[in-house]
Ligand binder design. Structure first.
Ligand code: GLN
Length: 486
């Protein structure tokens, strides 16, 4: 049951092979049985989930079911969920019960999906290993000594261990794709503006984008389809129709041109990973695609530019957590200033504080031109690199991450080496493009991800290429040892 595709589960529900209440109960039991080791789920929604499953069963009986009706899923704890704790992985919001649903949550609920709970994450989505969470790190089900990636590491680990068929994620610099790669699952971050950010707690607003994490491209397409669309409550939401993502999956990819950026295939790339990526590209080539070397000359500036822009935006966004309106408040403040200082000092973890301080610094008078303005100029150059590349190619491919999952603790005290885990993903956010990660093999028994990058609003094409690749390979169906019992 745990490894069935969404379509299979949906057929099972409609044929009454099992009910949504049974299916939801089954996955809730898996969470209870396996998550003690993993720590991927931080809030369970058991009672309400079984109620919405019963509701879904009624819709199914009345013949009103869509593909997601009655399907269990998990939400990253960055998405506001009405009446349920929404912590963003932080002590600051440990006591926060959201008064409304994020648009993405609402849309999936409208489609009949059943929310089982909320997944662990790096605090305020800042991190690449899930180790910055107030609730402790998440373990990677492929190897419990290693991290699941971040910041959507809880979602990735949960889907990899088959604790739920689907989970939501967000990606500001790689937080859907890098954990998807580390955990051997499929994850897609759509074009900036495709999924509403309303109710998605803001980290860096010009980069944050919600997306889907699932076993396969087909399942991810079904989930993303429901999450996408214009939302007047998000001023950066794009008012344009959503393509039929499922209808495009079966298109042959013959004649497509895949670009390989030479900067992403340098000697720095781990040889084992390079080999897996080459094999994946060969498979795509065998399906009729043409391969072309391209160049993204400014891409090596993406990590430094990001670590100016993202902290700058986070320092503004996180100023709302002041101990006054919601979230953590220190005990017995002496005066207003003491209230601010201690609430923020005690409520935020180290990485969040580091980012707020960098952000405040790069935005301050006298440094703004040297850092923030310069970073925005570099960002434009990176966008132009991609625009030039997409004149010649349909899709860009690379490794998702420069390494496989690393050991817990290995990079915890070395922020710069942690930041470099996103060297292949961050440029995509700076440009606002859609990107995804697809499992493509193992190095040292740890999953490797193939990154596919598309032009603006080309989610359908990305998912098409990923789906065609998954017709030729079975990496996406592999389940970590120990999690394959019913
Ligand atoms: N790892 C990157 C960071 O720490 C990206 C995080 C994300 O995409 N949310 O900022």
């Amino acid at each position: 049951m745990y490894n069935q595709s969404l379509k299979q589960l949906s057929t099972g529900l409609r044929n009454k092979a099992f009910s949504s209440v049974e299916l939801s109960h089954y996955f809730l039991q898996r969470i209870k049985r396996f998550d003690g080791d993993l720590n991927s789920v931080i809030t369970l929604n058991e009672e309400a989930a079984l109620q919405s499953a019963a509701q879904a069963d009624k819709s199914i009986s009345m013949g009103e079911a869509g593909l997601l009706t009655g399907i269990p899923l998990l939400h990253k704890d960055i998405f506001c969920t009405e009446g349920l704790r929404t912590s963003c992985g932080s002590k600051m919001l440990d006591n926060f019960i959201a008064p409304y649903n994020a648009t993405a949550v609402e849309k999936l609920a409208q489609a009949g999906a059943v929310m089982l709970g909320k997944t662990n994450m790096d605090e305020f989505a800042m991190g690449s290993s899930n180790e910055t969470s107030f609730y402790g790190g998440v373990k990677n089900p492929w190897n419990l000594q290693t991290v699941p990636g971040g910041s959507s590491g809880g979602s990735a680990a949960a889907v990899a261990a088959r604790l739920a068929p689907l989970a939501s994620g967000t990606d500001t610099g790689g937080s859907i794709r890098q954990p998807a790669a580390f955990c051997g699952i499929t994850g897609i971050k759509p074009t900036y503006g495709r999924v509403s950010r309303y109710g998605m707690i803001a980290f860096a607003s010009s980069l944050d984008q919600g997306g889907a994490m699932a076993k396969s491209a087909e399942d991810a397409a079904i989930m993303l389809q429901s999450m996408s669309g214009f939302d007047e409550k998000d001023s950066t939401s794009v008012d344009r129709p959503v393509d039929d993502l499922l209808a495009h999956l079966d298109r042959p990819i013959k004649g497509l041109t895949i670009g390989l950026p030479k900067e992403f295939f340098s000697d720095d790339l781990d040889a084992g990973i390079a080999e897996k990526i080459e094999q994946a590209i060969d498979a795509i080539k065998s399906a009729g695609a043409t391969i072309k070397e391209i160049s993204l000359p400014n891409i090596n500036l993406s990590v430094p530019a990001y670590y100016v822009v993202a902290p700058a935006e986070c320092s503004a966004n996180l100023s709302r957590f002041d101990g006054v309106r919601f979230g953590y408040r220190c005990e017995e403040p002496k005066d207003l200033e003491d209230l601010y200082k201690r609430s923020r000092g005690e409520g935020f973890g180290d990485e969040v504080k580091r980012r707020i301080m960098i952000g405040a610094y790069v935005l301050s008078a006298g440094y703004y031109d040297a850092y923030y303005k310069k970073a925005q100029q570099v960002r434009r150059l990176i966008q132009q690199d991609f625009a030039r590349a997409f004149k010649d190619v349909d899709i860009i491919a690379s490794a998702t991450a420069p390494s496989v999952a690393f050991a817990a603790g290995e990079k915890k005290d070395d922020p710069v080496s942690m930041y470099l885990s996103d060297i292949f993903t961050i440029g995509v956010n700076l440009a606002g493009l859609p990107g995804m990660s697809v499992p493509c093999g193992f190095v040292d028994d740890k999953p490797v991800g193939l990154q596919l990058i598309g032009n603006y609003f080309e989610e359908a094409r990305l998912l098409n290429v990923a789906h065609q690749y998954q017709q030729l390979t079975d990496w996406h169906l592999r389940v970590p040892a120990g999690y394959e019992q019913e």
